[in-house]
Design a binder for this molecule. Sequence first.
Ligand code: FCB
Length: 406
Amino acid sequence: MQGHLRVPNDFLWGAGTSAHQVEGDNRLNDWWAWEHVPLVPEPSGMACDHYNQYETDLDIAKRLGHNAYRFSIEWSRVERSPGHFSEEELTHYEKVIQACRARKIVPVVTLHHFTNPMWFAAEGGWASSRSPEHFARYAKRVVERFQYRIPWWITINEPTVLVYYGYLCGTWPPGKRSIPMAIRALKNLVQAHRLAYTAIHAHAKSSDWLFNPYVGIAHHIRCYDPCRWRSKADRWAAKIRHRLANEWVLNACRGTMDFIGLNYYTRDFIRFPGRVCPPWHHDGQRPRSGMDWEIYPEGLRRVLADLKQYGLPVLIAENGVCADDDEVRWDFIRTHVGEMAKAMVGGANVAGYLYWSLMDNFEWAHGFRPRFGLVEVDYNTMERKIRPSGEKLMNLIYSKQIFFDQ
Ligand code: FCB
């Protein structure tokens, strides 16, 4: 049987990017330095040259029917040394915002998407007790600077992912493998968010914004299931993983979130005492993406249902797939949007769906190989080509309704 949802008029449809992944030439952050060590297959270089071509990219977003665009401000461009801000770079981002407005695209602004200024990293990065106040100063300056009143703010993107790769696995900067440092960094990221949240709202209030901005984080949430359902120990281990990786941050940010930014990609199967078990070991086999992540659309519905307990709107800030075959991408989008619609019919308060990513880009320690984009980028010519999946999503957006199998 088919179900169907009429999409609310103010629903946000769009896609996301992050500064370092698309802008190019971001020399002043810790990732740039990290890319020049052998762990990363290739450096970000000019990436997609989005810094110069944002107008073209926003034209494409508009053409694809998007009414929202998520992008990030590159902290290292804007704050050259502690407390010294570059007017020129702030003006650049103001122009990006104006370009969104001119196209009737709602900007969803991320303040921190994995990269840190070199001076911040040199001072100890997120493990330093001064990190939250540094971040709050930057957030305050940005919100005060822009003429246009930004309705949606994501302070920090995926704090748990940053800590996991940067402080536990050591595969991202600063390359640490230390549990005490990881805990410190995570607590500082949460505190940084809380201070930025307060700064943004204080500014909105004192300058009489006519609306309350929505301020939150973008949280990476996975589904966790036991490797073997019949094993009580595995079931326990999956639950613990859910508490630590999914719930801890949300609980720590309680009271300082106006919405939950949800980045959903996949599910992991957990085996006691806590490891992710390889795909051939668990109950139930499904297709996997080019990143070797299980494609599990039902997980989006499960996560949205679970998030109802927070009583906050959810903005799907990232959902996407790495695939060379674009039909896989469309199937991914269609099924995930269908599961989102089912969750909405079941009472989930979803404010929007932002696909990751608008265009192919620099996928961190994987370099340029993974292709996530609705738009294909030729890195030699910087030419952009809309993929059929981008057009199909456009048709879905224009139809204003979502059909799904029940
Ligand atoms: C998320 C990141 C984003 C991108 C996608 C694939 O964890 O937020 O920058 O790398 O994964």
